[in-house]
Design a protein around this ligand. Structure first.
Ligand code: UTP
Length: 292
């Protein structure tokens, strides 16, 4: 069955980015001039996804507004003949988007569970709203390509520094199927370095079979007293095979302050309008730092 649907959980509290996230969803923080969540939606569309459900929560109304038509703004841009800007604004509305609210931020697993009736009985992808991936082939498309061969769940993982395992779900890898596909023996959420079975961390893209919902419905709270998607995937792995796809591209967790700054600089260096100014600025700054 074709993978047609994506869920973007965006109902978290974003406590790592306070106070910016007190009233604004972290998924709406701009990377140069585009809200982070728009990168995720674009990746979904480039990967052939047809329907997207965004899980929102308190204070996340701007996400809905961002992807809705804005007649006043569009009319003003049309009158002033600002055609390029008009296209940019109109492009954000040409997407088949749906929204659902997670009443309480009980964890990523609970956010995904809100999508049960939207998903029905088909495989689907989960794309975290604060995780930007950049590669020649979009990461979601890479997962879909793997699924089309193995026809079972496959989640994206990448190597992280050993001292950072406590920030991620970590897999205990089994045998390799190919250079970028491996069996999973087990998964554990946020283990410290001593307890971590590897340094292969789950990043924000998952392709899951609908049986995950049975696991999520039974899942008690885990790390941080939240319903963890990782724990439910560990249960799914007992029922049917779950594979890990090793991702080699770039990935940015924009919910982390330093990563957010890095992302802004890297995207700025590719942005036609600002790249030459930014290059000069960085060169001068390096000279300043070098002199100190
Ligand atoms: P994070 O753990 O990075 O988000 O969840 P958080 O809880 O908002 O962040 P911090 O740790 O407090 O700073 C990953 C993704 O899952 C969503 C978040 O919005 C984010 O995109 N999420 C998390 C939900 O939708 N619901 C939740 O209950 C938790």
């Amino acid at each position: 069955m074709n993978v047609r649907k994506a869920i973007i959980p965006a109902a978290g509290l974003g406590t790592r980015f306070l106070p910016a996230t007190k009233a604004i969803a972290k998924e709406m923080l701009p990377i140069v001039d585009k809200p982070a969540i728009q990168f995720i939606v674009e990746e979904a569309l480039e990967s052939g996804i047809e329907d997207i459900l965004i899980v929102t929560g308190k204070g996340k109304k701007p996400i809905e507004d961002h992807f809705d038509a804005n007649a006043e703004l569009e009319g003003m841009l049309r009158n002033k003949e600002k055609h390029e800007l008009l296209k940019i604004v109109e492009d954000t509305t040409n997407v088949n988007l749906h929204f659902i609210r997670q009443s309480y931020p009980r964890g990523l697993g609970d956010a995904v569970l809100q999508a049960k009736s939207f998903v029905g009985n088909e495989p689907f992808v989960v794309m975290l709203g604060d995780d930007i991936a950049k590669d020649e082939v979009p990461l979601t498309k890479q997962l879909i390509n793997q699924y089309n061969t193995i026809l079972t769940s496959v989640i994206a993982v990448m190597e992280v520094p050993e001292k950072e395992t406590d920030k991620y779900g970590i897999i205990n890898p089994g045998s390799s199927i190919s250079s970028n596909l491996i069996n999973i023996q087990d998964l554990v959420e946020k283990p410290n370095t001593e307890a971590a079975p590897s340094n292969l961390a789950i990043i924000g893209r998952y392709l899951l079979t609908p049986e995950i919902f049975e696991c999520l419905e039974k899942q008690p709270p885990g790390a941080g007293n939240e319903i963890q998607l990782t724990d439910a995937i560990a249960s799914l792995n007992q029922m049917q095979r779950v594979f890990a796809h090793i991702y080699k591209g770039k990935r940015y967790d924009i919910g982390d302050k330093f990563e957010f700054i890095k992302t802004t600089i890297e995207y700025g260096l590719e942005h036609d309008e600002v790249k030459s100014k930014l290059e000069n600025y960085i060169k001068n700054m390096q000279l300043d730092i070098g002199m100190k």
